[in-house]
Ligand binder design. Structure first.
Ligand SMILES: [Mn+2]
Length: 381
């Protein structure tokens, strides 16, 4: 018996105006399906944030639709999915009941009696599912005003589930939440992580494996496991090792858990240095199509994006130390004094020094004085 755990696909994700749909299509068709052919899992667990937005773009919906159809029809593999905080739960819930007869189990709201999906075997595997939920949803569901925090919400729901748990089975919970003590990334919605959104690991003690989504870095607290997103969705994830998680039950009642690295269509990474250094390095760069973020050091460069796009066609963003004051700090009180003395030229000279890392030239000064004179003529005080 084998189960593949993945999460946080964020289909339809756009970063810096760039749609990642081609990368996501590659992940599903050119990475995941060949992997399914190789390992022949009995079920795929998808722990939420299937789509990036409640109203997902049409290409993203079509991609998921073709994934589900192909998974069931060609590979005869069950899908057990829950909705995450990014998903439009009601939109994903269409036909949910009917799809169960095709072994597509999508849990998008709190309802029913929490019956698990059962995989029969020497030691049966029981898979319980919870959609992304928050305290108001659980208050509504239970008709109780006692539920204040996420911790209260999960405790209440898992208490009901605990009564059903058969300890002879291997019990898995699929959910989408933030477990206290986890490591976050820039591409998760910060609104939903940390603080009152935290749930302590002890709440899940009844389960043998907790297949979580929400955090994009693969990590675990003993048997509470985040598979992480299969692709990088922000530049602070440049050093993440993206993977999917395989649970291989073999003959033993406890699975062997392995992380299988994902080979992406394009990597996402940061390049650093002066524009000359970056362009020079790019000449021998074998992966010029990667998504690039450039941290430019040194004097301010005119139209740096256009220059870098010639070597890195998929460059998405840039920062320049000249603009962010990385290597030059401004003496604000001195500037203020000069401003009050109407000493605009020295303010201009400071400005040039800050962004060009050099003194203003004679022609810079002449140009500035000319602009000042024109202003004075237009708007005599
Ligand atoms: Mn997510």
């Amino acid at each position: 018996m084998r189960i593949l755990h993945t999460s946080d696909w964020h289909l339809g994700k756009i970063i810096y105006g760039q749609s990642l749909i081609e990368d996501q299509r590659y992940f599903i068709n050119d990475f995941l399906f060949p992997l399914i052919d190789e390992y022949l899992p009995d079920a795929i667990i998808l722990s939420g944030d299937i789509f990036d937005r409640q109203i997902a773009p049409v290409e993203a919906i079509r991609l998921f639709d073709s994934f589900v159809t192909r998974l069931i029809k060609e590979h005869n593999t069950r899908l057990i999915a829950v909705t995450g905080n990014h998903d439009g739960a009601d939109r994903l819930g269409i036909g949910m009941q009917l799809l169960r007869s095709s072994e597509v189990y999508i849990t998008s709201r709190l309802e029913g009696d929490f019956a698990p999906v059962v995989l029969e075997g020497k030691r049966p595997i029981h898979i319980y599912s919870l959609p992304y939920l928050d305290p108001p949803a659980v208050r509504d569901y239970l008709g109780s005003d006692e539920i204040k925090s996420f911790e209260d919400a999960y405790k209440a729901v898992l208490n009901i589930m605990a009564e059903k748990i058969d300890k002879k089975a291997y019990n898995i919970l699929v959910a989408h939440l933030f477990v206290a003590g986890s490591v976050t990334s820039d591409s998760e919605s910060s609104l939903f992580v940390g603080g009152s959104g935290e749930v302590s690991p002890g709440v899940f003690k009844e389960f043998d494996y907790v297949a979580l989504g929400h955090l994009h870095r693969a990590q675990n607290h003993s048997n509470i496991c985040y598979s992480g997103s299969p692709l990088k969705y922000s530049f602070d994830e440049e050093n993440h090792k993206k993977s999917v998680t395989l649970l291989d039950f073999g003959e033993s009642p406890e699975p062997v858990i392995t992380q299988i690295p994902v080979k992406p269509l394009r990597d996402m990474r940061v390049v650093r240095g002066s524009i000359e250094e970056i362009v020079k390095k790019a000449e021998t760069d074998k992966n010029k199509d990667d998504y690039i973020f450039a941290r430019l050091e040194g004097p301010l460069v005119f139209e740096p994006m256009a220059k870098l796009r010639k070597v890195y066609p998929n460059i998405l963003g840039i920062t320049q130390t000249g603009l962010t004051g990385g290597e030059y700090s401004l003496d604000r009180s001195a500037l203020k004094e000069k401003f009050h003395q109407n000493n605009y030229l020295s303010i201009f000279e400071e400005f040039i020094k800050q962004i060009c890392f050099d003194k203003a030239t004679e022609s810079d000064v002449a140009l500035f004085n000319q602009a000042l004179e024109e202003l004075a003529r237009e708007d005599p005080q």
